[in-house]
Write a protein that binds this ligand. Sequence first.
Ligand code: GAL
Length: 682
Amino acid sequence: MTIDKQHRRAAEERLKHMHQQLGGFAYGGDYNPEQWPRETWLEDARLMQEAGVNLVTLGVFSWSRMEPSEGLYDFAWLDDVMGILHENGIGVDLAIPDAVPPAWLIQQHPDILPELADGSTFGFGSRQHCDVSHPVYRAKALALTERLGEHYAEHPALRMWHVGNEYGPVSYGPWADKAFREWVREKYASLDELNAAWSTDVWGQVYSDWEQVHVPAQPRTWSNPSRRLDFHRFTSDSMLRHFTAERDVLRRHTPDLPIVTNFMRFFKNNDYWAWAAEEDAVALDIYPDPREDEAHIAAALNFDLMRSLRGNQPWMVMEQATGAVSQWSVNVSKLPGKMRLGSYQAIAQGSDAILFFQWRQAKGGTERFHSAMISHAGTNTRIFREVTQLGQELKNLPQLVGTRSTASVAVVFDWDCWWALELGNSPRSDLNYPAEVLRYYKHFFHANVPVDFVDTKTDLSSYDLVVLPASFLLGDEAAQRFTDYVAGGGRLVVSYLSGIVDENNTIRLGGYPGALRTVIGAWSEEMHPLAGDAEQVKLSFADGGTGSAGYWTEHLHAEEAEVLASYGSGRLAGFPAVTRNRFGDGSAVYISARLDEGSLDRILREEWQQADVEPVIDAPRGIQARRRSGGGRDYLLVLNHNDAPTGVDLADGGTDLLSAQHVGGRVELPPYGVLVIEEDPK
Ligand code: GAL
């Protein structure tokens, strides 16, 4: 994704200005004063200062308080809260509460509630209960945005706008249906073009009138994957259109303030490349599950993705938990030190904000057991002590804000690929795109080789190695871009299920992976998913090594490519499994099977080593190291994700800004320990 230079500069200026006003990192969280009496607001402001809070997100779910009945706006309470916060030096990230259309609005227009594919409707009582294509909902949300923009434009506490909350609801209702038809008409010049793009001759679905085109509501059985792919695109576009309309209103009132919305971890419904380009910064809500041993690796992937979405611009942790969440079957609290570790992990990977959901743990409502910066038990708690410690530490690190990191490996993460891969009607129905990407990402994470994520439109010229994991859909331009990249000297690694379909989700003929067959110098005759979870086949490497593969295999033929590994058992025994092809001045590896971790490691390691890519540091498993640079200084952040002390060799020394000690050589990090080293000048 390429972002217009002028837009990028303006966004960066807005952020710089905001961080200058905050004095460094943004630190704080969602604040819901409407749940508490006024005395508590005063106590909150005092405690926020104690905890080092400098920014709170206000009003995310406050539509029914801001507009208690139609057209009657009440900002008096909000003026009061904002005044108290301002007097105490706390900035405000003011939300546009469009995620919660109030009861009176739903009463007037029940068809605002989104319809599910089966025609049933969600009831009122949760949130995100709206069809963004509903004209009254849109108009009312925009009118409130206008009022808030007008009223608070000059407020001295206002630092940033937070539009909506976790955009994502899909609707199959009448308004979405109409908007989808309009979207389709705009995309396709004629019905013939539409019929061709959607392969409507299959199962006799030819359209002869635009009015016959509808959202893909619950079909009797399987339904058209090209149509459903367009519906994904439409859904993301229609929500984005709503976001940008609100953003434009706010921009008019406050041209110098950043405007963001909050993204989610591995969120499929919205194409975040397109979304990020419309914001001033990317903001993420991240809730790693403490029950999962590798939750920090999936978090790392999401952090790198967020950093990459706007081309390496600092991003924000908009929400995280201090302890437990309340939405899972078992809500395990974070172990002592883990919240701090996760926060520094985000910082190491480019975040300039550490914000939580939420400031004060609610006493009632759905999330009354969700942790917060202040727990039910009050401030004499481990959590408040950890929150305060982190807030005070961050105050001392303003020099890190705005610094950036670089990567010379790119991994493709693309929403079209995600949508198309998981639409079903393919050789397996349990395909999971993020899990495929994670499998590749993990190698780089453990090796401490930083990666950028790219979509299939990104310029690849600055990368020494590009990895395409399960990049199922490649348009002609994308296929050409990857081919040119290799011809020009780049190294490409392509996994199975890449380049299988074109932009209409129709198969590229002549052997898989059609889009990349020339560049990989090999072709696959037939896909052979393995039936049982436990089914494995052996692999024999050309150098005598062995390995195994499961889940996915292919009947591969090498043409120009050299064979790096072959299937050693099963119906494909003797056929190539992994190949490498010299093409132009570069090379492309093709991996036709889901390899065991060791085999994948050896293949990927060889590629980055051959490309002269260097890890940040060589460190034992569980140690994550990242460098951020700026203002002529380099900052090395070293994190111990292990629950045991772990030794690290630091070739170059520097000052650990957290302990103010000089460190170098062999250093032992305690469990979940962190170093933020300002490296000695070289
Ligand atoms: C987020 C949401 C917050 C809060 C949080 C709980 O998805 O934006 O409002 O509900 O989850 O973990």
